[in-house]
Design a protein around this ligand. Sequence first.
Ligand SMILES: *Cc1c(COP(=O)(O)O)cnc(C)c1O
Length: 461
Amino acid sequence: MLEMETEFRRLPGVDKILASERLVRLAETYPHSLLVDLARKQLEYERRSIAGGRAASSLDKIVAAIVSRVQVLESPGLRPVVNATGVILHTNLGRAPLSGEAVAAMEAVARGYSNLEFDLDSGARGSRQVHIESLLCQLTGAEAALVVNNNASAVLLGLTALARRKEVIVSRGQAVEIGGGFRIPDVMRQSGARLVEVGTTNCTYINDFEQAISPRTAALMRVHSSNFRLMGFTSEVSLEDLVALAERNDLLVLDDLGSGCFLDTTGFGLAAEPMVPQSVALGAGLVFFSGDKLVGGPQAGIIVGKQQFVAKLRKHPLARAVRIDKVRLAGLAATLVHYLKGEATTKIPVWRMISAPRAEIEQRVERWALAARGMARVIEGETMIGGGSLPGGTLPTGLVALGGQQGRNTAQVLGRKLRARQVPVIGRISEDVLLLDPRSVLPEEDEVVIQALRDLAAVVK
Ligand SMILES: *Cc1c(COP(=O)(O)O)cnc(C)c1O
């Protein structure tokens, strides 16, 4: 007990800490009040540590701990990484990288004021949606459009505004969990709509929908299965049949496409991903999709469809709660213009990655492997699209394979070394081998990867 008292007494006072050379230098950049606060927090930590039976730290150690507290606070936690995982739309790595034009549009709007909700003709208040609605209508063939924070909030808004206290019929095979907490039954409950599941896990027929229709039914809903695929003995109801049934019963069809897409994926050797204009043409009342999946723009939830329904969503109080900000609105519009101009595959990064020819990938993977010297092998592999689009769909690619031998330099160790760099390079581990895929890396970032591999080869050897 006495010893502990002695240790407590050995702790320096706040003034003595602040008088140390390193903190005097920090005080040139940071306010006195911040340093006092951090010094107090560090002393509090020291007291707990002494109470736990440890000895008091030296003044130097205490000062060093305060300096590192400042460093942690000032260094932005969120920073760029290189996505060499081979998953193009990697939700944990921020989904879609943006085109130069989208970034420029976002910067221009971020730097100053804009006519976000201001009609330049009349000088009166306007709507932030007018900047993008006609573009979306042109691209999709829809009568009306609305953009909100993300697709999860778009679906929630749609169900709340149109189906609250009513029933929505969904195939049992589509009452899915997308990941990150988005589960159709939960979203339905949150909206106040009642989910009526019909059919079986693998087979649902139009009759199942027909028999479930009641006076309380508001809508028939289709949900993209996103991250899983039904195989074998299966049957799903087509959107055409759903629309025909809805029309006979004066009901609405809601179509949650998840990713949504403006280009035909079969042209790139992929399975067919549902395209937004198709859903509109087939007569869906509202179509929901993400801005940052295969559209390749910033995070957004896009709703297109019939004017009467979009108008109800627009007026709902929830629309205000889930509204999109001006910066992303500008980036999304600039991204959509690439489709309008027919230049998506050369301008939008995710489509550049998808459409990159095999020969170009081979060339890059060879350069990467060369940088790693004897450490790397080049193997054939597959790039995943990710982002809940094209479940199971992949593109052929070449991979740099590292590690795999026993001993110190396991795939885990190499992976950690690459992640610890100033610009972290993220790969994926499969069967104890670290794999790096150039297809999910922007060609502009090749030099970063090459330097990382050179350094790795130098330290690991
Ligand atoms: C991804 C996805 C969502 C959620 O979209 P966010 O833009 O991530 O909010 C909703 N529904 C489906 C079918 C999806 O695939």
